[in-house]
Ligand binder design. Sequence first.
Ligand code: SF4
Length: 382
Amino acid sequence: MPMPIGLPTIEDPVITARYPFLPQARSIIKIHMDANNIDIQSLIETEWLEEVRERARVRLVESIVHKDIDAATSVDIHTPYGQMVECLSFLYAMVTVCASFDERLLARWAEGESSRADQLWGSVERPEMFQELASTYLSEVRFGESGDWEVPMIDFIELCPKISGPYWRLPNRPVRQGWVTMSPSGNENSQQRLSRLLKERIRLELIDDCRERMERMDEEFAGKMADEVGRILGLLQHQATTEVSFTATDEGDWPPCMSEISTQLAQSVNVNHVGRVFLASISRVIGLSEDDAHAFFKQAPDYSEETTRYQIAHVYENEYTPHGCSKLQINACCPVSRGDVQSSLCSKEWMDHPLKFLRAKQRSKHRDDQITESAENSQTPQ
Ligand code: SF4
């Protein structure tokens, strides 16, 4: 991963409090802890730190329900106390995520924190400040002669596969002497486009950082966090159930990847492991029975009734979440990314998960139903 050789110095404590995920904030967090005689143990137990824990819970909840993490927090980050609360709440939220050892929670939290950066950095008013923030996550960044931000091709190539949409394909970007121009697009200016790219690096860094902490975390400590973790996992589960109620989804609403994998299996094509797990897990999410899911696999070239039943039961019992688009793309399970199938929904920038495809289909169907209903009502004689 190309990274800057040295991190830019960020001395403004308001900046590190506003963006406590910055690597430069680590030493500040340590200073807050030392100055207040706090260690990780006291962070989870000490009474006077309840405000820190409260703020951390808000951060976690907002990332789970996909609300923007409060940009206008009630904590006044212009005061030393507010800076401490904001920095330590980030740390407490991170420790809670690590103590859960739950990849879904980790992904959701990292997405929430990095989306917040994307949103806030796009509107940073001082270009030199934005450049410092961007330079923290890219090997280099510069303001080009064109008046747009430019990034080294190596950074762009590494990060762009994680972002959907034609803008993020290298052949669609102006490239000059190894620099990629982040031109404005749609209603976003160059800074907002670059912030979107930076979001990916922040998200990946947070995930890597948490995984390292998970490896170091001992069970006794994780046990002390059990109540906190239980609450947040309960919310995550509830949110997943609320968001995903696709029961009785029509076959015509299936995302192209699901249609293709099921068709391939019906034609005895040997679908890879990722494709099979995806098909079983998305079948569960859309409310198909285990028997229905099993039926997809009956023509597979290596079909064994016993093994298939066992594996589908395993996916259903453990409530596997279907893979996202990037995993399916890397494993050749996405007909759209291969150019075999056209889909206007799949080419949307926000499309990063087949469940979003289903949700978008259901929303548009719901809208159509309402239009039909109101048209019928208006034709009914009074
Ligand atoms: S873009 Fe995503 S939802 Fe669409 S076919 Fe590919 S993997 Fe499936």
